[in-house]
Design a protein around this ligand. Structure first.
Ligand code: SF4
Length: 250
């Protein structure tokens, strides 16, 4: 069963393909927790801390809201049903960490279907899972948005950096870029971490402000913007958060 947390249509809010109409397929489950991002939610009197998509991370208490798919046609129908128009659109595979399920046959069939229709597919990943591109060549034509986690995620380096996984994406994927979430207070340390990574892997770097709502984004965005300008990185807005906050399905 492929665990699906959300299916929705929106505009891509960040990164290389920002602004493009897209169907989002958000899979459930993640191998990290990223409590350093500090988003807090209370469910049934219990407090959960993590990232702005924790509804796709924690099996308890959110897993009961996920839907398991064992049929790709059904999933394709549900995805296409979200489209409000007959014009062009992208597919965004996100999570949680969607590559945990990279070999799932339902997922492969869905990706192949949309690829055959000429849709651009972006995979939003923390780049910690070593993907077998030879066994599953559908991934070779995908764009990988590598949101490699830095120390501000609160995760130990041994869990958040997997050079084998990153280097596999670099050598096999059609297109890839880094995107990093930065906070104003730790720019110096984070800058060193980004330099260390990007000296090993040459790809466009997008930096975005930390925040799960417009108010928090506004605390960090000017510093991150200036940091990008000073270092030759690209600044990415997080339009979905700026406009909608941490509402699901946007
Ligand atoms: S890797 Fe991404 S989805 Fe998983 S906990 Fe961290 S920020 Fe959230």
């Amino acid at each position: 069963m492929l665990p699906v947390s959300e299916i929705f249509y929106s505009l891509q809010g960040e990164g290389l393909r920002a602004g493009r109409p897209s169907i989002f397929l958000r899979l459930g489950g993640c191998n990290l927790r990223c409590q350093g991002f500090g988003v807090v939610r209370e469910v049934d009197g219990k407090r959960y801390v993590g990232c702005d998509t924790m509804q796709a991370v924690y099996v308890e208490p959110f897993g009961k809201l996920w839907r398991g798919y064992d049929n790709s046609l059904e999933l394709i129908q549900d995805m296409e049903a979200t489209l409000p128009h007959g014009k062009s659109y992208d597919i965004v595979l996100t999570g949680g960490e969607p590559t945990l399920h990279y070999s799932d046959s339902v997922l492969i069939e869905v990706l192949e279907y949309f690829q055959q229709k000429g849709r651009s597919i972006t995979i939003e990943t923390n780049a910690t899972v070593v993907i077998d591109f030879e066994a599953f060549p559908v991934y070779k034509a995908c764009t990988f948005a590598m949101a490699v986690k830095l120390s501000n995620s609160g995760e130990p380096e041994s869990k958040r950096i997997n050079d084998k996984a990153i280097s596999r994406i670099f050598t096999q994927a059609g297109e890839r870029f880094f995107k990093f979430v930065l906070d104003a207070e730790h720019l110096k340390e984070l800058s060193q971490e980004i330099t260390a990574l990007t000296s090993r892997y040459d790809a466009p770097v997008y930096c975005m402000a930390l925040g799960h709502d417009a108010q928090t984004l506004a605390k960090h965005d000017k510093a991150v913007f200036s940091f990008c300008a000073a270092n030759g990185y690209r600044y990415s807005e997080r339009a979905h958060i700026r406009v909608w906050g941490d509402r699901p399905k946007v």
